[in-house]
Write a protein that binds this ligand. Structure first.
Ligand code: AMP
Length: 580
């Protein structure tokens, strides 16, 4: 951020000493109205993320803002909360007060859901409008009256041309993921929309990258904007502890299972699992306990006594996992900690550095594990850049890896038992069985029982191996349209689709103007899959390939029969895949 982060400590510093000195503002401090603070508390947010702490005060003061922030930093709430402050509950004004422009329909839905959640108590009426949805439904909602419109530029222009989107009362316009909108060819539409809104409006622009074209738009349409960007602290890498840093790319729905499996293989002595919200802490603790771990929750909603009890259990090894928010874990110093797990990519590199500084002390090797959704790859890159340390991306252990690991454990347990001795009392059992069966057979049955009684027989589902998709968040400075990022013309993805996924052939490619966002948008818009569920996408000249979860393939094919891509019916079918 442009200001020095207040709670960044060089990795390896004991955080205990800086607890009192930490001055992260609360949502109350930021000057938000009580209804909004209550909504955030209900969502389990404990404190603002850096982008929120930096953006909300100037936005509340009415300033224009130019912010560089990627997905996962909490940028949606950073603009949504100040925008909701502008609503006038109780009045019968029907024209929108805020207009948010986003590149894809998927994002339109996500952002409007977030604004709706934050503004529920205020009775905020939020309407997403995007192409592909019947316009009649949108017209009806606009006629009934809305406070906030979240639109893709193309559909916003349609409505403006029909005279169905009144913009005279708009007080704030947000351009979210502006670089992406430009890459998708929306520059002219954005210009046209902005000229339709009152010149007195507040303008907010968020972009993951800041190419010259974004600066040009900002120059034309923003007035004396506050600039918020992610600074590059130089000292963070300093005397870093020895920490093995690994990340896994996992679709959200598979995270609990993936975490369980990673923990099984890593077998930490004691670990902290960091979550973003209290709700996530509670849910994950329950899930982990259900899977046989001894996990304890720690969050800001607990009093000192409860916290002490939890810490006591961890120290006495009655618990081996602590599931915590950053706020609650601040100041904890746990000696035996071997692993830090980020259940989500932290919203700022400083938080990452702070978290992993808890392991790898005193020359011991620590392990930092980060579970990222495929679209958060960019945040990981940013952390690597800031910390100047490599985070290797690993594959989630497969069911076979897990079985091997569990077998090893059973073997080790049996060996321990042999070395321990005291087996004579069982000799009679083996001897009587040996009259009838081969001794090897008897041993195998005993191993099976030992293996099963360790809980190792649990049936596991394969977790899809999600390839990182360069089209989403790891865009080069030129954005996702940049040639560098594109696959080779006609390039083929690896021959086999990821586990659990089916590859669909789409009879339209680059020469038809298809971009990955079009496929994600169409599939997410027409089926109950979200963008996160969609796997690797390859765009060749004349066709495209897209991976979708196996159990949704038929639904996607059927849904795509009913809709159009770029105004035309396009065939979707299973790829006719010939194994080597
Ligand atoms: P965004 O960068 O807006 O896509 O947000 C990323 C994720 O962070 C979303 O799942 C939000 O629900 C979550 N989030 C946003 N702000 C906070 C906060 N202050 N504390 C915890 N989680 C947050």
């Amino acid at each position: 951020m442009s200001a020095e982060p207040t709670d960044a400590v060089p990795a390896g510093d004991a955080p205990a000493a800086d607890v009192a000195a930490t001055e992260v503002p609360t949502f109350d401090d930021l000057g938000l109205r009580p209804e909004l603070v209550r909504a955030l508390s209900a969502l389990g947010y404990e404190e603002p993320t850096p982008i929120q702490a930096e953006s909300i005060p100037p936005l509340l003061a009415g300033r224009d803002l130019l912010g560089q922030a990627a997905t996962g930093t909490g940028k949606t709430a950073a603009f949504a909360l100040p925008l909701l402050e502008r609503l006038h509950p109780g009045t019968d004004a029907d024209a929108p007060v805020a207009l948010v422009l986003v590149p894809t329909r998927e994002l339109a839905m996500q952002v409007s859901e977030a604004i709706h959640r934050h503004g529920r108590e205020l009775g905020a009426r939020v309407l997403p409008i995007f192409g592909g949805q019947p316009i009649g439904r949108q017209l009806g909602a606009l006629r009934r009256g809305v406070d906030v419109v979240v639109a893709t530029p193309g559909r916003a222009i349609d409505h403006i041309n029909r005279g169905t989107l009144p913009l005279d009362s708009v007080e704030v316009v947000v351009l979210d993921e502006a670089d992406e909108m430009l890459d998708m060819g929306f520059a002219e539409d954005i210009e046209a929309i902005l000229t339709e809104t009152p010149p007195t409006r507040q303008t907010v622009l968020f972009s993951a990258t800041m190419p010259a074209r974004i600066n040009a738009i900002a120059k034309r349409h923003l007035t004396d904007p506050v600039r918020i960007e992610i600074a590059r602290p130089t000292s963070a890498a300093g005397d870093s502890p020895k920490v093995r840093q690994t990340a896994y790319l996992i679709p959200r729905s598979h995270k609990p299972a993936a975490l369980g499996r990673i923990l099984d293989v890593e077998a930490p002595t004691a670990a902290i699992v960091f979550c973003r919200t209290r709700l996530e802490v509670d849910e994950l603790t329950e899930t982990l306990n259900g899977r046989g771990y001894r996990a304890e929750a720690l969050h800001g909603g607990m009093d000192q006594q409860q916290r002490d009890r939890v810490m006591g259990r961890l120290r006495s090894a009655t618990a081996d996992l602590l599931v915590a928010t950053d706020v609650a874990a601040r100041g904890l110093d746990i000696d035996q900690l071997t692993h830090v797990v980020n259940y989500d990519v932290p919203s700022a590199p400083e938080a990452y550095v702070h978290r992993i500084g808890r392991v790898g002390r005193a020359g011991r090797e620590g392990v930092a594990i980060t579970l990222a959704e495929p679209r958060q790859h960019r945040l990981l890159k940013n952390i690597e850049r800031v910390t100047k340390q490599h985070i290797s991306i690993d594959k989630v252990p497969s069911v076979a890896d897990l079985r091997t690991r569990r077998m090893e454990l059973t073997r080790a347990t049996l060996e321990e038992s042999i070395l321990e001795g005291g087996l004579d009392q069982f000799r009679v059992v083996v001897e009587t069985l040996a009259d009838e069966y081969d001794v090897m057979e008897v041993a195998l049955a005993a191993v099976k029982l030992a293996h099963e009684s360790s809980g190792a027989a649990a049936d596991e589902e394969e977790i899809p191996d999600v390839a990182h998709r360069p089209d989403r968040d790891d865009r080069g400075p030129k954005g996702r349209g940049s040639k560098k990022d594109r696959p080779e013309r006609g390039a083929r993805p690896p021959r086999r689709p990821s586990e659990g996924m089916t590859r669909l052939y789409v009879a339209a490619g680059r020469s038809f103007g298809i971009r990955p966002g079009d496929l994600v948008g169409a599939i997410a818009g027409e089926t109950d899959l979200s963008g996160r569920d969609i796997g690797a996408i390859e765009i060749a000249d004349r066709f495209s390939l897209v991976e979708v979860p196996e159990d949704h393939a038929d639904q996607v094919i059927a849904a795509m029969k009913r809709t159009t891509l770029k105004g035309k019916k396009v065939l979707f079918r299973r790829e006719r895949f010939t194994p080597e």
